[in-house]
Design a protein around this ligand. Structure first.
Ligand SMILES: C[S@@+](CC[C@H](N)C(=O)[O-])C[C@H]1O[C@@H](n2cnc3c(N)ncnc32)[C@H](O)[C@@H]1O
Length: 230
């Protein structure tokens, strides 16, 4: 009997079994602090990433917007505990890797990317930082370039998982996920759209009074699959 890190309960199931049991709605109310840094704004819980790596039995994994290193830490963790030897490459603008201008350094069967949700959190003053795009169409153009590069780095049949959320800006709802879904074809075939509920957001403590529309409290993980042969 071991602790199920996906649900924080006792379980007899293996990590792999638990990954395959997961559904299209995920929620992790209690943060798992094993990986990455909770102090990094926009840091994500690593369990969804872990789940997908196990489900797809990925062997070569990349994250070109690694932030605080959550995905790198997950792969180290899983390799240590399960005798797997998954290869991992990660980069981020703050470490000198610019996905707008640079290709991923190799081919991978699973690429995970968690881009800025436009300018909702500003990561740096770098002009190529996606969180610095001034107008939304500029952000979408840059996001598309980045996602295309991820797709280009996939081996045939490989998967690209994009974790993204919609935003509201000056009262306007901006469905970023729509613009990601519209890239089907360019990024391969959509294989899954997962809803991930958000917890412990900075906005949680704010009093929004009587908002006309409901507060956004979910994000999406869209999984694309590259064609087996092009
Ligand atoms: C939402 S955060 C990723 C957080 C990460 N998943 C974690 O758990 O810590 C988005 C990241 O994209 C990076 N970024 C923005 N523009 C970039 C670019 N052009 N090339 C590479 N990384 C970029 C930012 O520096 C930031 O770390």
């Amino acid at each position: 009997m071991s602790t199920d890190i996906f649900t924080n309960t006792k379980s007899k199931l293996s990590l792999q079994d638990r990954a395959v049991q997961a559904t299209s709605v995920v929620s992790y109310p209690k943060r798992c602090n094993l990986w990455g840094s909770a102090r990094y704004r926009g840091n994500c819980d690593g369990r969804l990433f872990l789940n997908l790596v196990l489900r797809y039995q990925a062997k070569r994994v990349a994250d070109p917007m690694m932030g605080s290193g959550t995905t790198r830490d997950v792969i180290d963790w899983v390799n240590e505990r399960t005798q797997r030897s998954i290869e991992f490459w990660g980069g981020d603008l703050h470490q000198g890797f610019n996905l707008l201008t640079q290709d991923l350094p190799a081919s991978f069967d699973f690429v995970w990317i968690h881009p800025p949700y436009w300018s909702i959190i500003k990561y740096s003053d770098h002009p190529d930082d996606l969180s610095n795009a001034y107008e939304y169409p500029d952000f979408v153009r840059k996001l598309r370039t980045c996602l295309k590069r991820c797709h280009d780095a996939l081996t045939p049949g490989g998967r690209l998982a994009v974790l993204v959320g919609d935003v509201r800006r000056f009262g306007t709802y901006i469905p970023i996920v729509r613009d990601v879904l519209n890239l089907e074809g360019e990024l391969g075939a959509i294989r899954a759209v997962l809803i991930k509920t958000q917890h412990n957001c900075k906005s949680d403590g704010k009093n929004y009074g009587r908002m006309e529309d409901p507060l956004i409290q979910h994000e999406y993980c869209v999984v694309f699959k590259k064609a087996e042969r092009s």
